[in-house]
Design a protein around this ligand. Structure first.
Ligand code: FPP
Length: 223
């Protein structure tokens, strides 16, 4: 969800106003995904690298998460949205940790849309976490394969993403789902996240539907 800061600056507003507008947009996109039949939406909201931002901005983002849980959870639950968290809760306040855990627990059986929240998430951190957990469980080198690594990622049990959308024009992966997105299609738009509405999502899905996904194979296997 990139470009909140630039969206705000281009309107002479503080960065936090951009994050608030980004949060409003997330509401629209969750609803659109639900209506379009998209089953899993993963949003990169706070990366392990974001700890390097000013304390004011970090506190602002944490307070948005807390407010979203306080004010939106009932509606998400009523709309059968399952909230999952990927990343680690270390570094969050005890109150916020408990709220995230309670929200995940409350919605765990919902099936209409899985909203996977990447918060304090980094792809490299996730792989290190998986390796540590395999080693701690006594995994022997010869039994470690891709399936075992996958089953220790934060996304265990979820399918790989089909499409990764990056807003604000940046042509970088930025440590997002680096294992899982090995064969994902990428779509980059110059639109800043707060302006990336349902119409833009539809454009992204349409572009995706025209891609020829080969998963490392040749275009026409009969050639
Ligand atoms: C990137 O834009 C955006 C973020 C680091 C924060 C994204 C968070 C939200 C939209 C809030 C969502 C909240 C919940 C509860 C999921 P940027 O700040 O890097 O923008 P810039 O690159 O233009 O400065």
């Amino acid at each position: 969800m990139d470009g909140n800061g630039r969206w705000a600056r281009s309107r002479g507003l503080p960065r936090q106003a951009g994050h608030r507008a980004g949060t409003e947009n997330l509401r629209r996109i969750i609803k659109a995904c639900s209506e379009m039949g998209i089953k899993i939406l993963t949003v990169y909201a706070f990366s392990t690298e974001n700890w390097g931002r000013s304390m004011k901005e970090i506190k602002g983002l944490m307070s948005i998460l807390e407010r979203v849980i306080d004010q939106e959870l009932d509606e998400l639950h009523a709309n059968e949205v399952q909230l999952r968290h990927i990343g680690v809760l270390d570094g969050l306040s005890e109150t916020l940790k408990e709220k995230v855990q309670a929200a995940v627990e409350l919605t765990k059986n919902n099936e209409r849309l899985i909203l996977c929240l990447a918060w304090n998430y980094g792809g490299r951190q996730e792989i290190v976490h998986a390796v540590r957990s395999i080693v701690a469980g006594g995994g022997r080198p010869e039994e470690i394969d891709e399936a075992m690594v996958e089953s220790h990622l934060f996304t265990a049990g979820l399918p790989d993403p089909d499409l990764v959308v990056r807003t604000s024009g940046e042509m970088r992966v930025s440590n997002f789902l680096i294992w899982q997105a090995a064969y994902a299609e990428y779509y980059v738009t110059p639109t800043y996240w707060p302006s990336f509405g349902p119409d833009e999502l539809e454009k992204a899905v349409e572009a995706y539907s025209k891609r020829d996904r080969r998963f490392g194979l040749v275009a026409d296997a009969s050639d």
